[in-house]
Design a protein around this ligand. Sequence first.
Ligand code: SF4
Ligand code: SF4
Length: 359
Amino acid sequence: MASGSVDVTYRGIFQKILAGNIVKTLVKASRHSGKIGGTISRYSDSPERNGIPAKQFAVIAESQDELHVEMAKYEPDNIRLIAALDDTLAKGHESWAWYGIRPIHLGLREGGALLVVSEHERAKLLEFIPRLPFEWRLAILPGEKSFSGLWVYHDDGTEFRVLGAIARLIPEVVGLEELEKEVGKGPKAEQHLDWLRQGYREVQVGTVPAGVGAPNTYEPVKLPEWTEMAEAIIVPAAPRGGRQEAFKKFTTRSERPVIDFDVCTQCKQCFVECPDSVFELTPEGYYNPEYEACCGCGICAEVCPVDDCIVMVDELAFADNRDLYEEWKADRAAYRQFFQGLLERERVTARSSRRKVSA
Ligand code: SF4
Ligand code: SF4
């Protein structure tokens, strides 16, 4: 048996209850084998907003002293497993209050596991997850993102399937037997136990050798010392007619709007309704999203009156925030092919309302 921490990285606020339930159940289950534990939650920005990457930790220890040491850190660093509840977090997430983007597996120890709930294959995820100097494990729990609601928890099995997968990956910290004892006590126990065992069986796990993965282009994030922090919580206003450069939105996004400029009527609805003033007016009269500022809320796709003009596309279809309008202008035939390809291949959400396309 061993101690260690589990980091559950999720999208606030949609997955907050889901993440909280997972860490609490891990700590309670660890008591069945004589361990003790605690949970820590924190989010990157303030306040916790829709889609923002956030974390909760289960810290599991074999003694009070060990627990106190780990709980007293800025963040736990004896991380045996990181569970990402949304696979688009593989593109990295902002650190506290925008001091820069951090890789999804930051803090993972050698041999540790990154568990991702995803419908994608391992190779696709490794296009985004940077290489590490040691061997680690990438585990995929097949499934859709569970954005189980802001204020109402949707008991769809994700919580228990993730717990089952964790038991398979780090049995030395929390095993299936302990989790069965804990989950078996609650309401709807039979259903929850089924899901727990399903996650245990279905998780796909493989090792990732040292040096395999995307190039590591992340700049180390330097968090301020307490003497360097501004007094109180200060969010400077965006300059008139501009954006707040310190608060980019794109890591909150699991989908992005893509526009078919060939059918756009320049009606301006997207520009008017976008809550983050993302659209720039082009000299030709089109409205072009600045992707660094887009949080992926999908409102523009909802309000666009033209069928299949704005579609919301899985964020993992893109490696960067490049300007798609410029691509359309440079080669319209190639852009048409690209757009049709997105419609056919990529999963487009129901928020695009006109059409839902499956991968
Ligand atoms: S998804 Fe559309 S409406 Fe929402 S922030 Fe992005 S551009 Fe604006
Ligand atoms: S709402 Fe649709 S049709 Fe209207 S300007 Fe925006 S993209 Fe074009």
